[in-house]
Design a protein around this ligand. Structure first.
Ligand SMILES: [Zn+2]
Length: 206
């Protein structure tokens, strides 16, 4: 029965998914390089700005020596402003350099092992087979089975017991209508209680 095939495939998917590698990340090299370039440019920019501020500061301090008392006050205020700017730029530069160092020290992602690559390949095959089966069976049946499998991955199938008309797994009473459709038209349905897929009828002798 095709559903059993589907069952096997889905089980293998589950097993492999537990062992599968983390989703492939785009190698960080390129991204890291981009970031590094941005940071390097920032460092250069900050260094240039800092040098400019430092030269202005030096110049002001020179002027201070020869200025009159009144002018001295003005220049001193300017010196304070530029000194602040220099401090600010110095700390920005330190932060940016630190980020750059962190980036440089980051190790590249370990590449997946051979068996992980194999798993990924097999998963692709399985997904393709599952998709194929999906096209071969009614949409409802696929979804009903999927529901049963998600809740009971190791035993998604159950039987309707006769004459009690109960689910053989959970003993929930099933409707006669559903059971008769199962018998006459092979119409599988989910047990309303445990959601397993009811695929056959079993007579129970007293
Ligand atoms: Zn049940």
């Amino acid at each position: 029965m095709i559903l059993y095939k589907l069952f096997e495939l889905l089980q293998e998917v589950l097993v492999l998914e537990n062992k599968k590698p983390p989703p492939f990340v785009v190698p960080t090299d390129e991204e890291a390089e981009k970031k590094m370039k941005v940071l390097l440019a920032k460092v250069k920019e900050l260094e240039a700005e800092l040098n400019l501020e430092l030269s202005i500061l030096k110049n002001k301090e020179e002027n201070l020596k020869f200025a009159s008392q009144k002018l001295k006050e003005t220049i001193k205020r300017e010196v304070i402003l530029h000194q602040k700017k220099v401090d600010q730029l110095t700390s920005q530069l330190k932060d940016t350099r630190q980020k750059l160092d962190e980036l440089k020290s980051q190790k590249p992602e370990p590449s997946p092992t051979d068996s992980q690559v194999e798993n990924t390949e097999r998963l692709k095959e399985l997904q393709a087979e599952i998709q194929k089966i999906k096209t071969l069976i009614p949409h409802d049946l696929f979804n009903n089975f999927k529901l049963a499998f998600e809740l009971h991955p190791s035993n998604p199938f159950t039987a309707a017991l006769k004459p009690s008309n109960t689910c053989s797994s959970c003993s929930f009473r099933l409707t006669l209508e559903e059971i008769s459709l199962l018998i006459s038209e092979d119409k599988y349905f989910n047990c309303p209680a445990c959601k397993r897929l009811v695929v056959k009828v079993e007579e129970v002798l007293d």
